[in-house]
Design a protein around this ligand. Structure first.
Ligand SMILES: *Cc1c(COP(=O)(O)O)cnc(C)c1O
Length: 395
């Protein structure tokens, strides 16, 4: 069976991923089972997507209830769960914004870039279109989001790219790069793919203030940091800033594809400027509403913060017991990483953890990345770190 599946995959799927061929067949919260009956603790949550765990009862029920009455009707009609989803996102964020629904992170960032570009066209004397992003950032895989991504290795092939993207080596370098054509700065507050690298809060606040004074938009890509991953609904709340445009995706739908771009510049896009066939349909927004119910309750009850503390205690223990392998501990909330001394050791760790029944991710800057479901139980935390210990001692 396994061999057949592997053959099928190799024969019919375009090989863009370095794939592992474990065949997962079911899951519950942060625990997965493969077709041989082996169990795995999931410290990846499907790259930050399954924020409320696998096979969450409430989300499954919300999805089933929704699709048994209506799944899709198109954005030419008002969609009740979509309107409620937008209201929920805006109210949890605390910002005075409106939402546009897309289906992925990259697509949400495309929306953000379109809002900024149009703003630069209609506001002010000179047309402004340039967007500054950071080195080692990640903003997605569409041609424009890829160009916005500040990793030159990703710009091999696929050109010519859209003009107007430049990369600052770090946050301090942004101000010096601004010219008369700059319309926006786009950042992740904690770079995810780039190695779980948080920006300095004081510097971000100063940047935000400087950009406001110059009428340059601040776009915060919260595709990975958003929806309680870093402790508040948005990392922008943690950093106590008010961006002009924010994008969300990964954790928002609990596994159902959804993305959103939200902005306080409500007057910029007008009918015909942007659209999406699938974006914000009944299925994805009904799922998302339930995800937000679950997570906001988890936060308000204090349970989420208790989980953070337990996870961090275990993480710091592994870090201090293995200083021969790890050089630093990075990130916060349930977006964490341990920097590994070299790439080869990191690859060996990922393989060893898999063999011991623990799923882990890597990220840039040789980072072993921890991105578990926000609902992970104490038992799953303990078991996951036990397996990590076993994997590290097997190296
Ligand atoms: C994952 C990610 C994206 C891309 O999201 P897709 O849904 O894969 O298009 C964009 N920005 C950040 C910060 C991400 O982590």
């Amino acid at each position: 069976m396994k061999n057949n599946l592997q053959e099928l995959d190799k024969k019919y799927i375009i090989p863009t991923y370095g794939r592992n061929y474990t065949n997962f067949v079911s899951g519950k919260n942060a625990t997965l089972k493969d077709d041989k009956g082996n169990d795995y603790i999931d410290f990846t949550s499907g790259i930050g997507v399954v924020s409320v765990g696998h096979a969450n009862d409430k989300v499954s029920k919300a999805i089933c209830d929704q699709v048994s009455s209506i799944t899709h009707i198109s954005n030419l009609y008002v969609i009740e769960p979509q309107a409620k989803c937008a209201q929920r996102i805006v109210s949890l964020s605390g910002y005075d914004m409106q939402c546009f629904f897309a289906n992925s992170g990259a697509e949400s960032n495309e929306g953000a870039i379109k809002i900024a570009r149009k703003y630069g066209e209609i506001e002010g004397e000179t047309k402004r279109y340039k967007i500054i992003t950071l080195d080692q950032s990640f903003h997605g895989r569409t041609i424009t989001a890829l160009k916005a991504t500040g990793q030159e290795v990703m710009h091999n092939y696929f050109g010519p790219f859209p003009d107007g993207f430049t990369y600052a080596s770090d946050i301090d370098a942004i101000e010096g790069m601004i010219d008369d054509h700059t319309v926006a700065v786009m950042i992740e507050l904690v770079q995810g793919e780039g190695g779980v690298q948080p920006l300095d809060k004081t510097k971000v606040q100063a940047l935000s203030k400087m950009l406001k004074s110059r009428d340059i938009l601040l776009i915060v890509d919260e595709v990975q940091t958003g929806v309680y991953r870093t402790g508040e609904f948005l990392a922008s709340n943690v950093y106590e800033i008010t961006p002009d445009i924010i994008t969300l995706a990964k954790g928002l739908g609990g596994g159902v594809p959804i993305g959103v771009v939200m902005t306080s510049k409500k007057e910029v896009l007008t009918p015909g400027d942007h659209g999406s066939t699938f974006g914000g349909n009944y299925l994805s927004t009904a799922a998302s509403n339930t995800v937000m119910d679950i997570l906001s309750e988890l936060k308000d009850s204090g349970e989420l913060d208790r989980t953070f503390i337990k996870f961090e205690a275990k993480l710091e223990e592994v870090f201090s017991n293995n200083r021969n392998l790890f050089t630093s501990s990075v990130g916060f909330g349930l977006m964490r990483g341990l920097r590994v001394k070299n790439a080869e050791t990191l690859a060996n760790i990922i393989k060893a953890t898999h063999d011991k029944g623990l799923l882990m991710l890597k990220a840039g800057r040789n980072t072993l990345r921890f991105l578990p479901p926000l609902t992970i139980s104490d038992e799953e935390i303990i078991e996951g770190f036990k397996r990590l210990d076993e994997a590290l001692s097997s190296l």
